[in-house]
Structures are given as C-alpha cells and as structure tokens.
Design a protein around this ligand. Structure first.
Ligand code: NAP
Length: 280
C-alpha cells in the first residue's frame, strides 16, 4: 500500500461503521427522499450510489421521479409536503435540473433542517457565520480526508482551484475555521502557477484533465483532487496521479478519493438533519 495515498475508501469505511452504530440506537428510523427530474443518466448513477450507501447503514430511502417537463409549482408543492412529513428526515433534489426550472428557488423551498446537501441560503449563511450548519457533502468530505490523513491545517498555505457553491466556496469558511491561510483561484486567475507553487495543500475542483502539472507544485505538497473527468476508457481527476506521486507527500486518487467521501458525508448529514429537528 502506497503511504502517500489518502484513501477515501478507508476513511469512508470507518465513518460508516461508526454511523451504523449511532443510527441503530436512535428513537426513530431515518429517511432520505431524493427528487429526480428527467432522464439524465449520470443523475441516475449518482442517485443509485446514494441509495446503496443508505441501505448499507440502515437509512430508509425513497426516490421520487418527475418527467423533465414538470412545472416549478409541482416540485415546490412536493417539497412542501415532504417538509411537513415527520417521517422524512432529509430531502435532496438531484442536480442538475432542466433549464426551465429555477434551481435556486426550488432548493430554497427545502426546510433548512432537512436540507441534506446544505444548498439553502440559511445553511450557507450559518456556515459562513460559524454556526452549526449542514455542510455541502463534497466540501465536508475534503476536510474529513485531510483530518483522516493527520494533516495539520493550522498556518498552512492552502490554494483552492474552483469557486463553485458546491465545493470551492464552502471550503473557505471550513479551512479558515482550522486557521489555514486560504487563497481561491478560478478561470480568470492570472498566473495560476504563482499560487500553486507556494501552496502547502492544493485542492483542485475544476473538471479539466491535467490542469496542473508537476512543475506547478512545490516538493512535498499535498494534493486533494476533487475533479472527475470521464474519458473513453476511464475516470480520472484534474491532476496526473502517477506523475505527481514522486513529488508530493500525500495525494488523493480518482476514483477512490473525494468521490467516495461525498456519498459518506451525505449519510453524516442525514444524521445531522435528525439532530437539528430533534433540538428545535
Ligand atoms: P463548476 O461549478 O463547473 O466549477 C468549476 C470551477 O473551476 C469554476 O470556479 C471555474 O472558474 C474553475 N475553472 C474552470 N477552468 C479553470 C481554469 N483553467 N483554471 C482555474 N480554474 C478554472 O464545477 P464543480 O461542480 O465545482 O465541479 C468541479 C469538478 O469537481 C468537476 O470535475 C466535478 O465533476 C467534480 N466534482 C466532484 C465531486 C466528488 O464527489 N468528487 C463532487 C462535485 C464535483 P469560474 O468560476 O471562473 O468559471
């Protein structure tokens, strides 16, 4: 086993074992309801992996599907019905939604205490205000992996590449909370390598094969590769794992790294939703 590899599979296994034990002792069954619109094949695969993860730890799972011409009103009515149903712990609207639907409005209909993906404005505000919040699963997964690999974050120079609401932005408050020094880069950043060369830790969440190369990172840096790129014969991340292996001190593989943690953090968030509702 290569000791440089930060294994999402190993980390996830440990978290799931502990979750299973917590969940079986609760006073009620946990239930995730996923709303999926249309026939997007990737969405079907993602929903199935969420179903499987729920089954593994004993969480009930229900998928509700709509045709891709469903109206905003119908979706909002369904979400309100689920908000008011005590048997439903968490609600997830699988993205992307078809263009005629206002995703922001639909996601914000979810009760923040059932907002398992942490997409609502209330959860985003709480996260940025250092209050207890439901944290977007991938960003939370990145932090779990760094902790699992015993990486010290305090005073580290961390560069995030990618500023999406799902990954890059929520990582800013999470890393600041750990006393890291954080820079965030994006498609309009001039001279990306100036930032990456100084970084102790690089978190790459862009979706471009070989976005950064070996010459752009310093010796013994840590690389967290969030990117998922589907090539003809394989899936890979944003950095060339084999090329980097000799230079860095730790690196996450794709697959088997951050992706696994995203689904695992969904399970953590379902339990958090239960706790939010219990404490209200
Ligand atoms: P996104 O919303 O498309 O955001 C991509 C970000 O990359 C944007 O901020 C964009 O900048 C930036 N970017 C694009 N080209 C760049 C360049 N040449 N240099 C620097 N920055 C550049 O994507 P996302 O949803 O965050 O996902 C990013 C990647 O992570 C994708 O491959 C996705 O599949 C993967 N992902 C993985 C998981 C997981 O579980 N492992 C979860 C979510 C996403 P602008 O803002 O300027 O456009």
């Amino acid at each position: 086993m290569n000791e440089k590899i930060i294994s999402g599979k190993e980390c996830s296994k440990q978290i799931k074992e502990s979750l299973k034990n917590k969940i079986k002792d609760l006073d009620k069954r946990l239930k995730l309801v996923v709303i999926r619109v249309g026939n997007d094949e990737a969405s079907k695969i993602y929903v199935n992996s969420k179903r499987k993860a729920c089954n593994e730890v004993g969480i009930d799972f229900l998928e509700i599907t709509f045709r891709d011409d469903v109206s905003e009103e119908v979706l909002i009515d369904k979400i309100n019905e689920l908000n008011n149903n005590d048997e439903v712990t968490s609600i997830l609207v699988q993205l992307p939604l078809p263009n005629h639907l206002n995703s922001h409005k639909i996601l914000n209909t979810i009760d923040y205490k059932k907002d398992v993906d942490g997409h609502t404005t209330i959860n985003i505000g709480k996260l940025n205000n250092n209050e207890e919040a439901i944290i977007p699963c991938t960003a939370a997964g990145v932090i779990e992996l760094l902790k699992f690999s015993n990486t010290t974050l305090e005073s580290k120079n961390i560069v995030i590449i990618g500023r999406s609401n799902l990954v890059g932005k929520p990582l800013i408050p999470l890393l600041l909370k750990e006393n890291a020094t954080v820079s965030i880069c994006h498609s309009k950043t001039a001279n990306l390598s100036e930032y990456t060369k100084k970084a102790d830790i690089i978190i790459c969440a862009v979706g471009k094969v070989n976005l950064i190369n070996k010459d752009m990172v310093k010796e013994n840096a840590i690389i967290i590769d969030v990117g998922i790129n589907r090539l003809d014969d394989c899936i890979c991340g944003d950095v060339d794992f084999n090329d980097f292996n000799n230079k860095v001190s730790k690196i996450t593989p794709v697959p088997g790294g951050v992706g696994v943690m995203t689904v695992t953090n969904l399970l953590i968030n379902i339990l958090k939703c239960y706790e939010f509702q219990k404490n209200e």
